[in-house]
Design a protein around this ligand. Structure first.
Ligand SMILES: Nc1ncnc2c1ncn2[C@@H]1O[C@H](COP(=O)(O)OP(=O)(O)OP(=O)(O)O)[C@@H](O)[C@H]1O
Ligand code: SF4
Ligand SMILES: [Mg+2]
Length: 337
């Protein structure tokens, strides 16, 4: 970071992003007027139930949305507008300056290439002049970075010779091969068991400490965010409903949806361990059938016909760097005070 020209501009600025698909049942609005920023060096957690638009947001940033998607708004990365870029220009950025860790590492890796060759290719595709020796050295260094023992031997093996957790480490190694400024990890631990999940989150933290990369961590699990992210953005039905520093969002939760997510987290300190956890009743609305008022209204325990049913609430400041999009946020705070 530079220190001589005032506060640095955020690494990524997303403004009024909309992603819509035309379907037989009308337009499917999957991301609707979403604005947020990812700041240099931080981990931003993006959380929400299945279908809330998390992956559409990630894919929009990576230029990987299906061609049928209608996209509008603005995505600025290091001050450069990404949406108008050509496929070729986006390919140059992807895997180089912005990279992605997939949910399914097995699908992300090539089964008929050794792990070493894949790591070497990840580097050489963006740096074609790198020598074979240098590629070999870098592949070993990358496997060591993600905590894979016996890297010298491991680079000669194929993905099927690795366990699920080890493959996810390889996928992270591939993603950081070119020292990206921004790493987007979309549900990187969902396919793994709990112990391995924790190890992978540790690997992400180590990689971030050593390389200084900025991380956007997408997950449906608020628990994953608690130990990993600096700030959290909570999405619901294509909207941002709450955003703030992790501690504030957890301890001074402003939005009824975030409260519901928190209440449904398993807690080691609760007596009711083993009993059924709280679940938010009902389902999110379909992207083709969004209600005209607050999208959480049909499930909200704090619903009031007026104003909740009237209009979509916009984000308002509820604390330092902390916003929530709920018409009744002030009333709810008074009630819980
Ligand atoms: N090609 C498409 N046409 C129409 N709607 C789509 C299409 N692809 C995705 N959607 C819808 O977009 C919405 C958002 O999907 P997205 O994949 O971003 O959700 P997500 O938050 O990543 O969920 P998950 O936790 O399941 O990964 C969903 O309602 C989904 O049904
Ligand atoms: S606006 Fe109303 S319905 Fe929506 S979250 Fe707030 S209280 Fe609930
Ligand atoms: Mg997703």
């Amino acid at each position: 970071m530079t220190h001589d020209d005032g506060p640095a501009e955020p690494l990524l600025v997303v403004d009024d992003l909309r992603v819509v698909f035309d379907t037989d049942r009308g337009p499917a609005v999957t991301v609707d007027g979403l604005s947020f920023e990812v700041r240099q060096g931080e981990t931003l957690g993006i959380v929400g139930e299945s279908g809330s638009g998390k992956s559409m947001t990630s894919l929009a940033i990576l230029g990987l949305l299906p061609p049928t998607a209608r996209v509008s708004g603005s995505i600025r990365f290091r001050g450069r507008e990404l949406l108008p870029l050509s496929d070729r220009e986006m390919r140059e950025l992807r895997g180089n300056e912005i990279s992605l860790v997939f949910q399914d590492a097995l699908a992300a890796l090539n089964p008929v290439m050794t792990v070493g060759d894949q790591l070497a290719e990840a580097v050489s595709v963006h740096h074609p002049k790198t020598s074979r020796d240098e590629l070999h050295r870098r592949s070993i260094e990358l496997l060591e970075l993600v905590g894979i023992p016996s890297a010298e031997t491991r680079i000669r093996q194929y993905p099927h010779e690795f366990s699920g957790g080890m493959r996810q480490r390889v996928d992270i190694a591939m993603a950081v091969a070119n020292d990206p400024a921004l790493l987007i990890a979309d549900e990187p631990t969902t396919a793994l068991d709990v112990t391995v999940q924790a190890q992978i989150l540790d690997v992400l933290r180590t990689v971030q400490d050593r390389t200084g990369t900025t991380v956007m961590l997408v997950t449906h699990d608020l628990g994953v965010v608690a130990g990993t992210a600096d700030r959290v953005l909570v999405m619901y039905a294509g909207n941002k409903v709450e955003e703030g520093p992790v501690e504030q969002t957890f301890y001074e939760t402003a939005h009824p949806y975030t409260r519901g997510l928190l209440a449904s987290l398993p807690r080691m300190d609760r007596r009711d361990r083993g009993e059924r956890l709280f679940q938010i009743a009902g389902q999110p609305p379909a992207a083709t059938a969004l209600p005209s008022g607050c999208r959480f209204a049909p499930r909200c325990p704090s619903f009031a016909a007026d104003p909740c049913a009237q209009s979509v609430p916009s984000p308002q400041t509820v604390g330092t760097d902390h916003v929530a999009a709920c018409h009744r946020v002030a009333n709810l705070r008074e009630e819980s005070a």
